[in-house]
Every structure is written in structure tokens, then in C-alpha cells.
Design a protein around this ligand. Structure first.
Ligand code: CA
Length: 255
């Protein structure tokens, strides 16, 4: 993976066409900071089954990050060749919401808290960019990552009109944080999230924390794909070194 990293970063630098200096990392939430995708997937599969649609287990992971309304519409088209009514869409959305509330709280994605603390300690700012508007999870960020991630350093579903894969969430993150594409990078786990980050012009690392073929994340545009949070954390010291070294090659002046 590290063999891929350097060329991938160099390709990004060439495309960027200016010196890079990492000042901030934008972290996705579901599937990156919390291991919440198994719950989402379980809820989706159960609720669709109750409505006469048997989804393959990987399907919720392909749609991760999109709105419930978009997911329902897409699944009915893809698997039944039908347009779904507004009423049924709304019913399924509510069922999914109720189902989620019954499932246990998602666990923190290890070892992300320790990694974020390390990243922050090295002077790099950490932000959260999520399509979620679930108040419960947003509050859990405060509980589990409270010392690292300040509440105002969040872009949530409440801040945007268009969800991922639209670039708006990451463009909003750039605008709200004041950082540029030459100063930040993204950590995502889902194809639609990767598409959103790349459409906003950002260097994007994908952590394949679910069951998808890593090629799906590559095809979505990820600059680099790691097998999961642990591999990313293990490689971070080396990786941050490459980021720093290539910044200098890019002609950065020390400040
Ligand atoms: Ca995600």
C-alpha cells in the first residue's frame, strides 16, 4: 500500500499544480470514526425485506452516505424496475429510522481516537464531514472524540442542500474551515463519499472498513485505499513523512 501512496500523492500534486502543506484532515463519520455501517446495513436489509425487496448484503455499503430517500428510489429501480411512490418512500424512511433506534449504539472505530489525537498533536486540524443529521451520533462525537474534535468543526447533513456524492459537503468544509485543497486531505470509507471529496478537488484516502471490493473505492476516485483503520493508523508515521517530504519537493517555504 505504501508503494502506491507516494506515486498517488505525486499525481495529486501534479494535478494541484502548487505546493502542498497539510494543515487539516477532513474525516467522514459513519464507517470512519464510528463502526456504524453494520447497523445501517442491518436496518436497511430488514426494512426492505419487510417491503418485499431482498437486497444483497453488500448493497447498503454501495449506497452509504446518500440520503434515505435517494436510497429507496434507487433500490426500487435497480431491483424491481419500479418507480416508488412518495408515500412508500417516506414509510420506508421512517421504518429505517425506527429500526436504527432499536439497534445498539455503534462502536468507536478503533484505533481512530488515538490516531486523531496523534494527528492533532502534530499541529494538524481535525474536522468531521458527514451526511448524517442524526443528533445522537453528532453528540457521540463529542463524547468519544470530544478532546480532539470540537463541535463547531463539523459539517453535517444539516449544513448542506446536496448530500454526497455531490461535492457540496466537502466544498462547505473548505469554506467553513478556511483551508484550501493545497492544505487538506480527506479520509473516507464509501464510494459516494470518495466521489464527493474528489469532486471537491481533495486528496482522498479511503479506508475499506466494510465488505466492498477495494477496486470499487479506487474506481470511485480514491487516491489511495487502505484495508482499514488499523492499516491507516499503522502507516500514518511513514505516510505523514511522505506528505511532508513531498511538500518540500513541491517548493514549500517553511513558515
Ligand atoms: Ca462513511
Amino acid at each position: 500500500m505504501m508503494d502506491d501512496f507516494k506515486p498517488a500523492f505525486n499525481r495529486f500534486l501534479q494535478m494541484l499544480g502548487k505546493p502542498f502543506r497539510l494543515k487539516a484532515v477532513f474525516f467522514d463519520m459513519d464507517g470512519v470514526l464510528f463502526n456504524s455501517m453494520p447497523q445501517h446495513a442491518e436496518a436497511w436489509i430488514k426494512v426492505f425485506r419487510e417491503n418485499g425487496l431482498d437486497l444483497p448484503e453488500f448493497e447498503p455499503y454501495l449506497n452509504e452516505g446518500s440520503t434515505a430517500l435517494y436510497t429507496v428510489k434507487k433500490m426500487y429501480r435497480k431491483y424491481l424496475g419500479q418507480e416508488v411512490t412518495v408515500e412508500l418512500t417516506e414509510k420506508i424512511r421512517e421504518q429505517k429510522h425506527s429500526e436504527m433506534a432499536l439497534l445498539p449504539e455503534p462502536e468507536v472505530m478503533e484505533p481512530m481516537p488515538a490516531l486523531l489525537a496523534e494527528i492533532k498533536k502534530s499541529g494538524i486540524d481535525c474536522w468531521v464531514v458527514t451526511g448524517s443529521a442524526q443528533e445522537v451520533l453528532l453528540q457521540r462525537i463529542e463524547k468519544e472524540y470530544g478532546k480532539i474534535l470540537e463541535r463547531e468543526k463539523t459539517v453535517s447533513g444539516l449544513d448542506v442542500h446536496h448530500g454526497k456524492p455531490h461535492p457540496e459537503p466537502y466544498l462547505k468544509a473548505l469554506q467553513k474551515s478556511g483551508y484550501k485543497a493545497s492544505e487538506s486531505m480527506v479520509v473516507e470509507n464509501a464510494p459516494l463519499g470518495v466521489q464527493s471529496a474528489k469532486a471537491a478537488g481533495l486528496f482522498t484516502i479511503a479506508l475499506n472498513t466494510g465488505p466492498l471490493d477495494p477496486q470499487i473505492l479506487k474506481d470511485a476516485g480514491a487516491d489511495v485505499v487502505f484495508s482499514g483503520a488499523k492499516e491507516f493508523a499503522d502507516k500514518w508515521p511513514e505516510l505523514s513523512g511522505i506528505l511532508a517530504a513531498d511538500c518540500l519537493n513541491g517548493g514549500r517555504k517553511s513558515s
